[in-house]
Design a protein around this ligand. Sequence first.
Ligand SMILES: NC(=O)c1ccc[n+]([C@@H]2O[C@H](COP(=O)([O-])OP(=O)(O)OC[C@H]3O[C@@H](n4cnc5c(N)ncnc54)[C@H](O)[C@@H]3O)[C@@H](O)[C@H]2O)c1
Length: 376
Amino acid sequence: MKTLGIGIIGAGFMGKTHTYNYINLPLFYDELPFRVKLVGICNRTLSKAERLKEEFGYEFATSNYLDLLEREDIDIIDICTPNNRHYEQIIHTLEAKKHIYADKPICITNQEADNIVNKVEGAGVVHQTAFHNRFYPAILKLKMLLNEGFLGKPVSFRAVYYHSSNINPKKYRGWRQSMVESGGGVLFDMGSHVIDLVYHLMGEYDRMCMQSVILYPKRPDKNGKMTKVDTEDHVLINAKMKNGAFGTIEASKIIAGSNDDLDLELYGTQGAVKFKLMNPSFLWIYDAREEDSPIGGNRGYKAVETLNKDPDSKSNFPGPRFNIGWLRGHIGSQYNFLKCVYENRQAVPSLKDSVYIQKIMNKLYLVNNKEDWVSV
Ligand SMILES: NC(=O)c1ccc[n+]([C@@H]2O[C@H](COP(=O)([O-])OP(=O)(O)OC[C@H]3O[C@@H](n4cnc5c(N)ncnc54)[C@H](O)[C@@H]3O)[C@@H](O)[C@H]2O)c1
């Protein structure tokens, strides 16, 4: 059986998440035709990488990612570092002819984005971005319904992604609150997911505009020194799509009472759909073609039990009737990538798809807090 060797760069939150999924993939997808092997883990602070090596069975730990690229038994490089490291690591990985699973946003500037596209052409490797929201069973079902024309003509949408993590003024200033390290604020961090999801479901963007807010312009650093914050906490985007639909996209880390609230609503001439990430086992659908009499007929929103039903899984471990959580989208996303690597075909969403999202976000910064709209 073919073995796919993994090397992860970045042993933080996402490094652990991706590790969890590589280990557990065979439980969720039965009779995999390939085996996944955790070979190398890299982190700038070596002790963090060594901890993952000890706990999860990587063969070696390093603080220099070039060590991963030299290894013949590593087929896949999985990039889980802060945003400003992605570009260099992607370029070196492409040069080393390794397959790439890269977390979002894949880079920062348009120049970097163009260079990635140029390098990817003819590189002969499979690449995917970790836009994992595309892979919840409810979103797979939603995409299927849209392909069948369930909505009729798309009319409008509302997509929000809310966290409350930046409300506390004492929260220290991490790399996400520094433009130099992150390249962008909540737009890059959470907005990228929603902009991708709307793109995936509604097609290409036409015109957009954006307003944003920084709640606290200074935060304490790890030593308590008040330090400048130059990345936004909240964005509100208006968007007109090429299919004629229009809508709003919000991403925020300053919404009291929210946790990981990604809510999506799509409206068309024949129906409507709603998805809530905090309740990801269901897809709410409304079919305007249903009879509304007598006394309302059967017309009304229906909660479709998408639960843990993945068409690529036989047993749907731990069973098709169980509730799913946030990790399920990541497991589906990594499975999609590995299957494409095994079958030697390009994965979607590819690095080129995320270059499209990157350029949209960079255009939005050009009209940030202005009255202007920008054509995409
Ligand atoms: N898809 C998602 O759901 C999702 C969720 C969170 C974060 N992310 C993305 O994942 C990436 C990582 O985010 P995170 O939350 O894991 O951050 P994190 O701060 O928890 O982890 C980043 C790790 O990278 C290490 N690191 C920094 N520079 C390095 C270098 N040059 N070489 C090796 N290691 C280095 C740090 O020491 C740290 O351990 C970001 O781009 C973020 O946008 C995606």
